[in-house]
Ligand binder design. Structure first.
Ligand SMILES: Nc1ncnc2c1ncn2[C@@H]1O[C@H](COP(=O)(O)OP(=O)(O)OP(=O)(O)O)[C@@H](O)[C@H]1O
Ligand SMILES: [Mg+2]
Length: 399
C-alpha cells in the first residue's frame, strides 16, 4: 500500500449547506497545508466518496441528510480506517462531544469555523491518527510508514555568526514546502545553543530535539510526530533545545540517528546549523547530500570561508555537494559578488541575496518567511531560486 502523502492533508467535506462548504473552501485556500479534494452533499454520497478517494480527513456536517453524521463516523472506522473524521456542528456541549468521540470521530468543529480552528483541528486529528494509519498499513502488508522515494538532507552552514544561516534555512525550507507539493519537507534546528528557527517561523513547539534523545535508537514516525510541529506551509519542524546548556547533550551520534530517521519520512530535510564546528554540526555536514554555504562579501567572512572549505575537504566532504550562497549583497560594498565567486571558483553559486533589511525585518518580527509575502521582490525571487537550485542539485541521478 502506498503511503506517500503529499505535503498537504487531503480533506473531503460533506454537507448539504452550500454556504458552509463554500466558506470552508474559501478559508482553506489560505492554508498551504490542507487541500479540499472533494465534497458530498448527502450521507450516502459521503460514504461512497470516502471509500473511493480515501481522504486523510473527513469533515461531516451534523445535519447532513440521508445517513446521520454520527452513523457515518461509526461506519468510517471499518470502511475507511485511514481517514480521521471530524463533525461540523453548531453546538459543542459536553454530552454531544462525548457521543461524537464514542463513534471514533476525533472532534467537533463549531460552525461557522475560523481558519485557525479548521487548520488546528484538521492537523491535530491527522497527527493523532498517525499510529492508527501505520497499524492499518502494516496489516494490509504495507510498510507502515510514509514511503519516500529519494530523501535529501540539505545543511545550511556559514562559518561566521549572523551571516544569514537561519534566514536562508527557514526561507528555503518554506519555499520548498510551497513549491514542491508532492514533497514532504522537514526543518531541523541544529543551531543548538540559541536556535531561532521557531521564532522565524512563528512556532513555539512544546517539545524539542532533547525529547528524542532517549528514543534515538528506535525512532519512528510516531516519536517524530510527537515532537515535531506543522507550519502553515505543511513543513514539519524539529526545534532546538530551549536552554543553551542542553546543547551539549546532542552529540554527533544522536544527530546521525535523527537525520537518518527523518530521511525515512521526508523528501527534503533542511538543517540549520551553528557556525562553530561542534560534533553535532560536523555530523550534520557529513550527513548532508548538499550544503548551502553562506558567505558575505567582506574580508572576515571570506577568510573564514576559505578555512572552513579547506577543513571540509580534509573531512572528505565532496566539493560537488557544496554550493555558495552570497548573502547581504549591496552596491555599497567594496567587494563585489563576482569577485567572491571567482575566489571560490570550484564551488557553484546557488544564489545571491541582496542586503534588504527593509523587506526582511517586518517578516522576521512577525514570525513569517518571505514565502508568505504576496509581493515579489529581488529577495523573495532569490530565495525561490535557491529552493529551485536545491531541487536541481539534489535530484536523483537520471531524473
Ligand atoms: N539578505 C539579508 N538582508 C538583510 N538582513 C539580513 C539578510 N540576511 C540576514 N539578515 C539579517 O541578519 C541577521 C542575522 O541573520 P541570521 O540569524 O539568519 O544569521 P545566522 O547566521 O543564523 O546567525 P547565528 O550564527 O547567530 O545563528 C538577522 O537580523 C537577519 O534579519
Ligand atoms: Mg542562526
Amino acid at each position: 500500500m502506498d503511503l506517500v502523502r503529499p505535503s498537504k492533508i487531503r480533506v473531503l467535506v460533506a454537507s448539504n449547506n452550500v454556504e458552509l462548504v463554500e466558506s470552508i473552501r474559501l478559508l482553506l485556500k489560505e492554508s498551504f497545508a490542507i487541500d479540499i479534494i472533494g465534497t458530498a452533499s448527502d450521507g450516502n454520497e459521503c460514504l461512497k466518496k470516502a471509500v473511493d478517494v480515501k481522504p486523510d480527513v473527513l469533515l461531516v456536517d451534523e445535519n447532513i441528510p440521508r445517513t446521520p453524521a454520527l452513523e457515518i463516523a461509526r461506519q468510517m472506522n471499518s470502511l475507511a480506517p485511514m481517514t480521521s473524521t471530524l463533525i461540523l456542528a453548531d453546538r459543542e456541549d459536553a454530552d454531544f462531544l462525548r457521543q461524537v468521540l464514542l463513534t471514533g470521530a476525533r472532534d467537533v468543529i463549531t460552525t461557522p469555523p475560523t481558519l485557525d480552528q479548521l487548520v488546528s483541528s484538521i492537523t491535530h486529528a491527522y497527527e493523532l491518527d498517525a499510529p492508527r494509519r501505520r497499524r492499518v498499513s502494516l496489516a494490509a502488508g504495507g510498510e507502515g510508514e510514509y514511503k519516500v522515494l529519494s530523501s535529501r538532507v540539505v545543511a545550511v552552514y556559514g562559518p561566521k555568526g549572523g551571516s544569514g544561516k537561519t534566514v536562508v534555512a527557514t526561507n528555503t525550507a518554506v519555499f520548498l514546502a510551497k513549491t514542491q507539493p508532492q514533497g514532504r519537507v522537514a526543518l531541523v534546528d541544529l543551531s543548538l545553543q540559541f536556535g531561532d528557527c521557531g521564532l522565524a517561523l512563528g512556532l513555539e513547539p512544546p517539545r524539542n530535539i532533547i525529547d528524542l534523545l532517549p528514543v534515538a535508537d528506535e525512532l519512528n514516525i510516531d516519536y517524530l510526530n510527537n515532537v515535531m510541529v506543522t507550519h502553515s506551509s505543511g513543513l514539519r519542524f524539529l526545534s532546538a533545545p530551549v536552554q543553551p546548556q542542553q546543547a551539549e547533550l546532542v552529540g554527533d551520534d544522536a544527530v546521525r540517528k535523527i537525520l537518518s530517521a527523518l530521511k525515512r519520512y521526508f523528501d527534503y530535510v533542511v538543517v540549520d546549523t551553528s557556525s562553530s564546528l561542534t560534533g553535532a554540526t560536523v555530523a550534520a555536514l557529513e550527513a548532508a547530500d548538499h550544503i548551502l554555504f553562506i558567505c558575505t562579501p567582506e574580508v572576515f567572512s571570506i577568510r573564514a570561508t576559505k578555512s572552513a572549505l579547506d577543513l571540509f575537504s580534509e573531512l572528505g566532504i565532496a566539493k560537488a555537494n557544496i554550493s555558495l550562497v552570497l548573502n547581504k549583497i549591496s552596491k555599497r560594498l567594496e567587494i563585489k559578488p563576482d569577485e567572491v565567486a571567482r575566489l571560490f571558483e570550484d564551488y557553484p553559486v546557488a544564489g545571491s541575496l541582496p542586503d534588504d533589511f527593509v523587506s526582511l525585518q517586518p517578516y522576521i518580527n512577525a514570525g513569517m518567511t518571505l514565502a508568505e509575502s504576496p509581493r515579489s521582490t529581488p529577495l523573495t525571487n532569490a530565495f525561490k531560486a535557491i529552493a529551485n537550485q536545491v531541487v536541481l542539485k539534489t535530484a536523483p541521478k537520471g531524473a
